[in-house]
Write a protein that binds this ligand. Sequence first.
Ligand SMILES: [Zn+2]
Length: 165
Amino acid sequence: ASFSGGNNQNSATLTAHKKLCSGSDTAKGKVGKGIGISTTWFGKYKARRTAKAKKVYTKIKSGLTKTAVTYYNNGPDCEPNEYAYVWSNIKDTVYLCNLYYNIQTSCSKTKESKEGTLLHEWSHSFAGTKDIEYGRTDCKNLAKKKPSKAVKNADSYAYHYCDAQ
Ligand SMILES: [Zn+2]
């Protein structure tokens, strides 16, 4: 990974980044029938949804493996109180924003993290996920009420991924 926009906790970002490939494998192994965190974030078991979620993790890993990625510090289009963003036509860059610099590096099961944030953003770039709901509470509700949307929702992957580590 390389960096633009100078140094703002680059070593922490690199630490988080380096976990994403093996972490995606770990998370992929924890999607499916009878797995609590799979039900929590992706809803009641259905073969089609399990296949979809596994594919997302496969695509994230393969995208990260094949792509020379850039982390852009203090992204020029950051909104106030944003963690990070990507552009759909720029697949190799994640833009980091103010909130990102205030959260812990590695995954947490209760808090936000750099690792989970990067996973969220790369799920957009490499697997075409959407932002349907944000935050643990709303994502859990989405899994219960609209599981077919949960398997398309970036934050659902960030939380499932972190719970799987
Ligand atoms: Zn997003």
